[in-house]
Design a protein. Structure first.
Length: 79
């Protein structure tokens, strides 16, 4: 049993790395797509801008939101 666990650790590490890379790429894309909408003067002060910025305003926020959505907490950011 320990041999099987030891053999699967490399697959687990690669899976986590690939998942993290995909999430980083998607976070960058989503953040860059909403940046123009957030900075648009027409949208200043609206409730939607604050909510979008709260979830996707920076790379770290977008990355955290992508991580939450991956783990099943997709309802709050998708509303």
């Amino acid at each position: 049993m320990t041999t099987a666990i030891r053999g699967s650790i490399s697959v687990l590490i690669w899976a986590v790395l690939v998942l993290a890379l995909v999430e980083m790429c998607l976070a960058c894309v989503i953040q860059s797509l909403v940046e123009d909408w957030i900075r648009d003067p027409v949208n200043k002060g609206t409730d939607g801008v604050e909510k979008v910025y709260m979830y996707f305003g920076s790379f770290s926020r977008a990355m955290l939101t992508m991580y939450e959505m991956t783990l099943g907490n997709w309802m709050p950011p998708c509303r």
